[in-house]
Ligand binder design. Structure first.
Ligand code: XMP
Length: 517
């Protein structure tokens, strides 16, 4: 079994980053909520070391979260971060006080002593940049600990018990604003805990294939392909694991971008030789959408029609025992709410919601343990083309929600597709594609007057949108240089019949959303 690190979550906004940093160093890690960790779950997971996350509570308040005693009894190396450090001190015999000097954002750590955590990174006497976010602070150490780092707001900003291999830091090594943080975490997982760093995508792929074979046996699996990164990687992985036991169904709702359907068919059917059903259902979808302008109504029609078509195609191929889905780790992690009591919400994400139960199928979710960037690495490992693996997210309802407040017609879809293709081509040519989370064109429900040549034009206006984001929950508009904007606008207006005006959407999320509908 590969070495594993357990991250006990106390509800910090950045707990996921700890898992990512640990995995980036080649060590498998999982996040478990503090109130779900038991002696049994620890024995089953068998971590080589445990990291205690930060969190919004205060250990000085009654009823605030505590480290499960089973974690302290396990005897493996421990690293407490922010709240995790304070909880360690409080529970091991030290003292935490509400600080009158709160530290938020950039701070400096004075390295008071050398220690295993700093080895090869920071040396005694140094002054290093870190990122802090705390009000409380440790003021007295538990027995056996020494101070190895101090900051203006925290006299015990880094502490160590070398004999027991227990460490605590008040700052956040998992965020990029602590420039050497990843190396400190690596020191903890590799040097202190002795993890080997052998968790690679190649190793994951082999494990995932074995697990799929074991779960599926001789059963038949159906996979809804959308052309997006997640479903594409699921399909390629399953194909490698179970070959012809897999059938992929690509429901083409006629709302895809230029050339997208052709690429899905060519990659999966022609290149990978996957059994692929390509159902052109554009007449059905566009017929049902005729005359509809309300965003929610459009979404509901598309969702329900998608399920009907998928189900019918599945029936035609004789059904299946399993439905494969591209559920990712962020969808699976249970979020901890420590402020409102120990209520736990589980986010669950179903691309084709309701289908497994209706069709009496079990789920295969081989990406459940992966973050998005790991899915991309797995896709490359499986030989998927780079432009498919690096593709921006694309919503299930497709271009329907990019023709807002108006009826969707084939003519409008054609206009939008052409404008969108030009915009994306210019983004790629400028080398900006990978710096952007999502970029697309929106066909506005307004015609404007223009002058082209010597004549008057009266055509649609479109908006171009590009955002940066890490998870789609919040987003900033992408600040294009003016010459880039001018080039895109003039190409769209010159090359796309039907558009005579281009606007630039500079709304962030919140208060806007990424899509217009
Ligand atoms: P919003 O517009 O809510 O979008 O800021 C956040 C992210 O979700 C995508 N999105 C969808 N994805 N089905 C999907 O699979 C949908 O119905 C859907 N609606 C929005 C959107 O493109 C963005 O990445």
């Amino acid at each position: 079994m590969t070495d594993r690190i357990l991250i006990v979550d106390f509800g910090s906004q950045v707990t996921q980053l700890i898992a990512r940093r640990v995995r980036e160093s080649g060590v498998y890690s999982e996040i478990h909520p503090f109130n779900k960790v038991t002696a049994e779950s620890l024995a089953a997971y068998a971590p080589k070391a445990i990291i205690l996350s930060g969190g919004p509570a205060s250990v000085t308040e009654a009823g605030s979260p505590r480290i499960p005693q089973s974690v302290l009894d396990l005897g493996v190396p421990l690293l407490g971060i922010c709240y995790g450090q304070q909880a360690l001190c409080e529970q091991l015999g030290g003292k935490v006080e509400p600080g009158d000097h709160r530290e938020f954002g950039r701070a400096y750590l004075e390295i008071a002593e050398d220690c295993a955590l700093f080895h090869g990174v920071w040396a005694k006497g140094g002054r290093e940049q870190v990122w802090m976010s705390h009000g409380d602070r440790v003021v007295a150490l538990p027995p056996g600990f020494r101070v190895v780092g101090t900051s203006d707001g925290a006299p015990c900003a880094a502490i160590a018990n070398d004999e027991k291999k227990i460490y605590g830091v008040q700052f956040h090594p998992e965020v990029v604003h602590t420039p050497h943080g990843a190396q400190l975490l690596r020191n903890f997982t590799h040097a202190v805990a002795g993890c080997g760093g052998d968790w690679t995508m190649q190793a994951f792929k082999a494990q995932a294939i074995a697990a799929i074979r074991q779960q599926v046996g001789a059963g038949r699996v159906i996979c809804g392909l959308s052309g997006g990164v997640d479903s594409s990687v699921v399909a390629a992985l399953l194909h490698e694991a179970i070959g012809d036991q897999l059938t992929c169904v690509y429901v083409d709702h006629g709302l895809m971008r230029l050339g997208e359907s052709e690429q899905v068919v060519s990659v999966f059917r022609d290149q990978f030789k996957i059994h692929l059903v390509h159902k052109d259902a554009s007449d059905l979808f566009l017929g049902k959408l005729a005359g509809k302008t309300d965003p929610e109504e459009k979404r509901k029609i598309i969702g329900a029609t998608f399920i009907d078509v998928f189900e019918e195609e599945a029936r035609k191929i004789g059904g299946a025992d399993f439905l494969a889905q591209g559920t990712l780790y962020p969808d699976v992690i249970e979020s901890v709410s420590v402020i409102g009591g120990p209520s736990v919400t589980i986010k669950s994400h179903h691309n084709v919601g309701g289908l497994p139960a209706r069709m009496k199928m079990k789920l295969v979710e081989p990406l459940r343990e992966l973050f998005k960037d790991e899915v991309r690495a797995l896709g490359r490992e499986l030989g998927l083309p780079d432009d498919m693996v690096g593709r921006h997210p694309f919503p299930g309802p497709g271009l329907a929600i990019r023709i807002p407040g108006q009826e969707i017609t084939r003519d409008k879809l054609d206009i939008l597709r052409k404008a969108d293709a030009i915009y994306l081509e210019e983004i790629r040519n400028a080398g900006l594609y990978d710096a952007i989370w999502q970029a697309f064109t929106v066909l506005l429900p307004v015609r404007t007057v223009g002058v082209m040549g010597d004549s008057r034009s009266y055509d649609y206006a479109c908006a171009i949108r590009a955002v940066t984001s890490t998870d789609g929950m919040t987003a900033d508009f992408y600040p294009f240089p003016h010459d880039f904007l001018g080039r895109v606008a003039s190409r769209i207006i010159n090359e796309v019949k039907g558009i005579n005006r281009v606007t630039y959407d500079i709304t962030s999320k919140p208060p806007g959303t990424i899509e217009w509908e």
